[in-house]
Design a binder for this molecule. Structure first.
Ligand SMILES: [Zn+2]
Length: 437
């Protein structure tokens, strides 16, 4: 397979025009050669944090309750109620819709932080990995690359028993590791995910890490200010600080959110090599707070992006929210950029998030020989991109809203999106509507 474009964003810069040679799903080389000038190839974006079932909640939680004071915690109760009603068939239909949306938006891989393991009454399914397998099936059908991150959920909160609404999630470490093993023996890329320091105690975390082997480790950390207060009360340290000092965090780790960090945590997390898993549109929607992007990035910290609750499924919008939130705080412009990206914000945030997401999911992340051929083709004839240099076009795509600019999307060298649409778009939408109505 050859993917040709007038401009190809490789990890060494632009090749214009360029041809990406692909064999067995991987990039063999990027060479110069004749190609249509109105096509621009950029790395496919890993979506490092997804709870697929929450896609069905979009639009259903934006009305204020009569009591007022709506927050992350009141949203979470509504989310739990939805989680209680999702059956395996529902999950597969919802995930297929979501994965088509991701692919059409330029996301080529997904990390499923998956915790709805059991039947609605809390009894495990005959196959304890039933719900995980439905996500894997939806990914296989739509062609997105999936990294399963089955979630260990033991406690209802710091030192608290699980509530009825959490009974589909909870299990001990042994049963949890059996699910991880079942997925691995089915050749599914699988990491581990202790849900949070709220839901997993130190002893369980250590058992999980000892049993997991070398693989990606994802955890929710410091999403809410209240979570930081509870962590200080129960563990004697802020969540990120506790993980850094007590457990040790390195490039295998992805700390999802990491919203509330003090100066020392920002510097030490950046130095650890871990990936901060940022979900700016969800964090904004839930009122979490603003990640300290400028301080973290200037300390050399790695990051990637996730669509998390899927209130928005659009990597450009996640990255735009990341940069613009920093501008609003600092009252300055063009904050996330570096020499390597020619000081272009769009190119910097896209390349850095693709690279960080690739590390967090254990695949891809750049257009580079040896990596999976996960590639997005932008249409430079789109009116929002017309007449711009490649760097400016990437800025316009990310900082503006160039809807419809994605022409093609490749995963492992297979074209999954053509003319902006996934081949299964119509039938997946039909099934989704039928379930929703
Ligand atoms: Zn999450």
């Amino acid at each position: 397979v050859e993917i040709a474009a007038g401009h190809v964003l490789t990890s060494r810069g632009w090749t214009s025009p360029g041809i990406i040679d692909v064999r067995d799903g991987r990039i063999v080389e990027i060479r110069s050669g004749a190609a249509p000038s109105d096509r621009m190839a950029i790395p496919g974006m890993p979506n490092l944090h997804s709870h697929a079932f929450q896609r069905a909640l979009a639009g259903r939680t934006e009305r204020g309750s009569p009591a007022g004071h709506d927050s992350f915690w009141t949203w979470r109760t509504e989310m739990y109620e939805l989680a209680g009603s999702i059956r395996p068939d529902d999950l597969e239909v919802i995930a297929a819709m979501l994965y088509v949306e991701m692919l059409e938006a330029g996301m080529t891989s997904v990390g499923e932080f998956h915790y709805v393991h059991h039947q609605p009454d809390g009894t495990p399914y005959a196959d304890p990995a039933e719900m995980s397998r439905r996500l894997v099936a939806a990914a296989a059908r739509t062609g997105i690359a999936i990294t399963m991150l089955p979630v260990l959920y033991v406690h209802g909160g710091f030192g608290a028993p699980p509530s009825d609404l959490q009974r589909r999630f909870v299990m001990g470490v042994d049963r949890y590791l059996a699910i991880v093993e079942a997925l691995r023996s089915a050749n599914v890329a699988t990491g581990v995910a202790p849900h949070s320091l709220r839901a997993v105690g130190e002893a369980e975390l250590r058992d999980l890490l000892a049993g997991a082997g070398r693989c990606p480790i994802h955890i929710h950390a410091a999403e809410q200010a209240r979570e930081v207060e509870e962590s200080l009360a129960h563990l004697g340290a802020r969540p990120v600080r506790w993980l850094l000092d007590r457990i040790g965090v390195d490039e295998r780790w992805c700390l999802v959110h990491a919203t509330h960090m003090d100066d020392g945590e920002v510097a030490d997390l950046a130095r650890s090599g871990a990936v901060a898993g940022l979900c700016p549109t969800t964090e904004a929607n839930l009122g979490d707070g603003i990640f300290r992007g400028v301080e973290y990035a200037t300390s050399g910290g790695r990051f990637g992006i996730g669509s998390d609750s899927h209130v928005v499924v659009d990597p450009a919008e996640e990255l735009r929210a990341l940069e613009t939130s920093q501008r609003l705080i600092h009252r300055r412009r063009n904050l996330l950029q570096d020499d390597g990206s020619g000081r272009h914000v769009g190119r910097y945030v896209w390349s850095a998030a693709a690279r960080g997401g690739g590390i967090a999911l254990g695949r891809g992340g750049a257009i580079e020989a040896g990596l999976p051929a996960d590639v997005v083709i932008l249409d430079l004839a789109h009116p929002r991109l017309a007449g711009l240099s490649p760097n400016e076009a990437l800025d316009a795509f990310i900082l503006g809203s160039a809807h419809g600019a994605i022409a093609e999307v490749y995963v492992n060298g297979d074209r999954r999106v053509e003319g902006g649409r996934h081949r299964l778009h119509d039938e997946v939408v039909r099934a989704y509507r039928r379930r929703a109505e």
